[in-house]
Design a protein around this ligand. Structure first.
Ligand SMILES: [Zn+2]
Length: 50
């Protein structure tokens, strides 16, 4: 499945870049992906949902 390379930071509205490497078998539901905000440097751990 496809997941976004970037998400919007809930705190500051900035861009969060993906910080996890895609596994060989690809992303699937229930995996945790982390994003790092480029503006406030917050880390966001996102659980992939369908
Ligand atoms: Zn931010």
């Amino acid at each position: 499945m496809e997941i976004p390379e970037e998400i919007i930071c809930v705190d500051c509205g900035g861009r969060c870049r993906i910080g996890s490497y895609e596994p060989e078998e690809g992303w699937s539901e229930g995996m945790v992906v982390f994003y790092r905000c480029l503006d406030c440097l917050d880390r966001w751990d996102i659980v992939i949902e369908k």
